[in-house]
Write a protein that binds this ligand. Structure first.
Ligand code: KG4
Ligand code: ZN
Length: 337
């Protein structure tokens, strides 16, 4: 069975083709991605209207590219999957509209996939795929959650952010430091030459005893420091503040992940979402997990941020286990979230 997947929830247009074998793990045959980052950079963030229009421009050429890479014709595709939500409504409509139109023309079913399930299952695209059950740390631009995952479709939220997401904390702090959008990777790069101990920043809810998060206070503390530094902070001061911000976010993520592992008794951690690309987070999670005999899995670096492969993979894993309701040539019943 061949699954074609579309991702268009925010500022990346992703298309991918995954093969579902009779037995064994689904395989990624081809994928193509277009990032709109350079287009939105001038505005300091994603402009929804521009995002939707660009998805429209990119989605069919990317689909052709994927089919040609895999040497497959559109008629060979069995199921068309797409990101159902959450995300920007106009952007989501492009992927859903193309998926539904293709499905209607080809008389094939569609399958709407939750964007976060795509992230969650993206480590299954790597050679060292995890086994169920595991604790998942989902850290993206919009979400920060710890989950107990027992199987595909069986997700229990153990804790989540009560305000900003971890990626948002990176992005907002980076903006305060005058860094371009999206701030996370830029802040991480600047932090390399900084001293994290030069500033004392809060770690909200660190000792709450629950796997929950709060990052809004950290952003306010960064703003206070930026104001204190005045109009022309030195490069070193900016690097120090970036390092201190990153250290605060990472310490909270690591501590809460360890708490979730302890509370569930599970010995496997899966990290997913854009912030999962952060090197300091990976370094500190590796060290903390090694100490506790926990195996930790990450998606490949290129698959941490949004992509079509994770949507096609999530659909393939659902179909393989019979936990999907296919819709005949029309959008999934769940609608947009
Ligand atoms: O998962 P994703 O692509 O989109 C959402 O579904 O939100 O995550 C994007 C987020 C952004 O906040 C971005 O700044 C952050 O992931 N990010 C990073 C890094 N790479 C991406 N944050 C910290 N360090 C990184 N290396
Ligand atoms: Zn995402």
């Amino acid at each position: 069975m061949l699954v074609l997947g579309f991702e268009s929830s925010c500022d990346e247009t992703g298309v991918a083709l995954v093969k579902v074998p009779e037995q064994g793990a689904p395989q990624l045959l081809a994928q193509a991605l277009h990032s709109q980052i350079s287009m939105h950079q001038a505005y300091g963030g994603v402009v929804p209207e521009l995002a939707s229009r660009d998805h429209i421009r990119r989605v069919l050429p990317l689909t052709r590219e994927v089919l040609s890479q895999a040497q497959v014709s559109l008629q060979d595709v069995d199921v068309i999957a797409y990101t159902q939500g959450p995300g920007l409504a106009g952007a989501l409509l492009v992927g859903a509209g193309v998926a539904v139109a293709l499905a209607a023309a080809l008389e094939k079913p569609t399958l709407g996939i939750h964007h976060l399930e795509g992230h969650l299952l993206s480590p299954f695209l790597s050679a060292d795929a995890p086994e169920f059950p595991f604790v998942a740390l989902l850290v993206s631009g919009g979400h920060t959650q710890l989950m107990r995952v027992t199987e595909v479709g069986h997700y229990e939220i153990l804790g989540e952010t009560i305000d900003d997401a971890a990626g948002e904390a990176f992005d907002k702090s980076a903006k305060l430091l005058g860094l371009p959008y999206p701030g996370g990777p830029h802040l991480a790069k600047l932090a390399l030459s900084g001293d994290a101990l030069a500033f004392t920043l809060p770690r909200p809810l660190l000792h709450s005893g629950k796997p929950d998060f709060s990052f809004a206070g950290l952003k306010t503390a960064v703003l206070t420091q930026v104001k204190r530094l005045g109009d022309s902070p030195s490069d070193q001061q900016k690097a120090d503040l970036a390092a201190a911000t990153q250290a605060a976010i990472v310490e909270v993520l690591v501590k809460k992940s360890m708490l979730a592992l302890k509370q569930t008794g599970l010995k496997r951690l899966v990290v997913a979402g854009g912030v999962g690309a952060n090197s300091l987070l990976r370094e500190q999670l590796n060290a903390a997990c090694a100490k506790r005999g926990v195996r930790v899995h990450y998606p490949e670096l290129s698959l941490c941020t949004d992509n079509g492969a994770m949507i096609a993979m999530a659909a393939a894993m659902r179909l393989q286990r019979g936990v999907a309701t296919l819709q005949p040539g029309q959008a999934g019943a769940g609608g947009f979230e």
